[in-house]
Design a protein around this ligand. Structure first.
Ligand code: GLU
Length: 547
């Protein structure tokens, strides 16, 4: 009956599995090379979890000398969004993920395509026909209403929900009954005829979690929907087989349906890939850990990092620390190596949730940016501003040469300044330099009165010389300090604070406020060297007018 049933359900399928076995032969790879894939759905939202998974895929494949490819999993029509593929490809590319094969901006690349699930209907149908012929699948005509009713009864009876065992009435339909229903035009889905027993636990080795117990599946899950399109369960099994994937990396939300996938591989007679179930990205809120949520956490979206102008190197570096807890130690020992040299291991990944922390990302960003040249930083900022902030773009273009020097202040030597985090933050950080929208943000230090400030600044202006070395400049500040009831002798000030209005820090801070509008900045003499005399004196004049 199975053969007849298969022909009845799939009259148009004229290929066999063998045909596809030959069309998609085993890959010719070095021993130990692993093949991975990313299988995002084109929903129009690409998130940190996608990037995290992609980086794990990328590391597993490339560290082993194997390829990684992109497959678009678009079997759910309702979730499909125009332009989503470009978004996925471009966003991942932005963060340094480039696929060796699969869907690209210019079409498919590779011998194992088509790489979009909606284009693979024939292959799924052939595989489904094979299952049916083997007696492992049957058409089911239950409607959603009937399913709801079954669920209700199951709830009353206190048994597991789902279509299985004695609940799965359509298992027992005769060929004639099936024919009659088909003739009547009733829509049908194809279901797996499960042979599993959930009482039976099997040992299963997950690449991340190690050995875990998995119960056998007994659900007659839908493998083909009533439009002939497969469910995720079936599609990924067929694809991972014919695309010769060796290692699947996917979120832990798939652990619960793993028994289904194992049974499908078994029934198809195929060797299953290694599965690596990654832990969810979590965050701490009010002392509690919870999953990052699309609705509540804007930082889940990759767009968030692009907008704020995070450097992709920093995001990758951070994700590496989330992926393997020994990464940070390795980085300390190997500050100049590429992350790609780190011996990443899936089995060293956390299985209980990766704690995502923006502050930590910012700290890591600072370390990463210290290692970039000013040219690299500005070039990236130009690209960023071109997309996200036209006003910043104009400023960066106008002041480009000066900014190269400005950004360099204090970044050399043994203990470089680590002030730079991302583009928006850097724009704020160097905002004092631009005449456009310049504002005196901070007040004078407490110990400097307006009257004293006037005297100090006038004297500073009178003695100002652009040719002064840093030492000469500092001597002048000292002289001014001592001439106005402040002291340049810090020891003396500590001993005898009442004898003075304040110390040299107060005086130099007052000058700083007048020149850059802020109490804190990188080395003031260096800034003035770049700004030039006219701009420095103009600023001070303006400030004096306000006093
Ligand atoms: N399309 C699936 C998802 O977006 C992919 C899961 C997998 O990688 O197998 O979750």
């Amino acid at each position: 009956m199975s053969k007849e049933l298969a022909d009845l359900l799939f009259p148009n399928v004229d290929k066999t599995l063998d045909y596809y076995e030959q069309m998609y032969p085993e890959r010719n790879l070095e021993k130990g090379a692993k093949v991975t894939r990313l299988g995002p759905s084109p929903t129009g939202f690409i998130h940190l979890g996608n990037l995290y998974g992609a980086l794990v895929d990328e590391r597993i494949a490339h560290l082993s000398g194997g390829p990684m490819f992109l497959r678009i999993e678009d079997t759910d029509d309702k979730r499909k969004v125009e332009g989503a593929e470009e978004l996925i490809i471009n966003s991942l590319k932005f963060f340094g993920i480039e696929f060796d094969e699969g869907v690209t901006i210019d079409g498919y690349k590779g011998e194992y395509g088509p790489y979009t699930q909606s284009m693979r209907k024939e292959i799924y149908q052939t595989a489904a026909k094979f299952l049916t012929e083997k007696g492992c699948a049957y058409p089911s005509f239950v409607t959603e209403e009937e399913m709801a009713q079954i669920r209700e009864e199951q709830e009353k009876a206190g048994v597991n929900p789902g279509y299985y065992g004695e609940w799965a009435k359509d298992r027992d339909l005769t060929l004639d009954e099936i024919k009659a229903k088909l003739d009547a035009g009733m829509p049908w889905t194809l279901r797996l005829k499960s042979t599993g027993d959930p009482e039976v636990a099997m040992k299963f080795k997950d690449g991340i979690r190690g050995e875990i117990n998995v119960r056998q599946n007994n659900l007659d899950v839908v493998v083909l929907k009533n439009n002939g399109i497969p469910t995720y369960h079936f599609a990924h099994v067929v694809d991972d087989h014919f695309m010769r994937v060796t290692d699947v990396v996917r979120g832990e939300e798939w652990l619960s349906t793993l028994p289904i996938h194992l049974e499908l591989f078994f029934q198809m007679g195929w060797r299953r890939p290694n599965y690596n179930h990654t832990a969810h990205l979590m965050k701490t809120e009010d002392g509690k850990k919870r999953k990052l949520s699309k609705r509540k956490d804007p930082e889940l979206s990759l767009e968030y990092y692009m907008r704020d102008g995070y450097f992709p190197q920093a995001v990758t570096e951070y994700l590496m620390t989330l992926m393997n807890s020994n990464y940070e130690e390795w980085r300390m020992k190997n500050p100049d190596k590429s992350y790609a040299e780190f011996p990443f291991k899936a089995k060293n990944m956390s299985s209980s949730g990766a704690l995502f922390d923006l502050n930590k990302l910012n700290d890591i960003s600072k370390d990463v940016l210290v290692r970039l040249s000013e040219e690299e930083i500005l070039k990236f900022m130009l690209d960023w501003s071109n997309k996200f902030d036209q006003k910043a773009h104009d400023l960066l273009t106008k002041y480009y040469d000066e900014l190269i020097k400005l950004l360099a202040i204090g970044r050399g030597g043994k203990k470089p300044r680590k002030d730079l985090v991302n583009c928006t933050q850097i724009m704020k950080f160097i905002g004092y330099y631009f005449e456009e929208d310049f504002d005196f943000v901070d007040e004078l230090p407490e110990r400097v009165s307006k009257e004293d400030a006037k005297l100090i600044l006038k004297e500073y202006v009178d003695g100002y010389s652009q040719e002064d070395t840093n030492e000469e400049w500092f001597e002048k500040v000292k002289t001014i300090t001592d001439a106005h009831g402040f002291t340049s002798n810090n020891k003396e000030f500590k001993k005898n604070p009442e004898a003075y209005k304040g110390n040299i820090t107060d005086v130099s801070t007052a000058i700083r406020v007048a020149v850059v509008g802020r109490q804190q900045s990188p080395d003031l003499w260096s800034i003035q060297q770049i700004m030039g005399k006219d701009r420095v004196l103009n600023r001070i004049e303006k400030y004096l007018d306000r006093l």
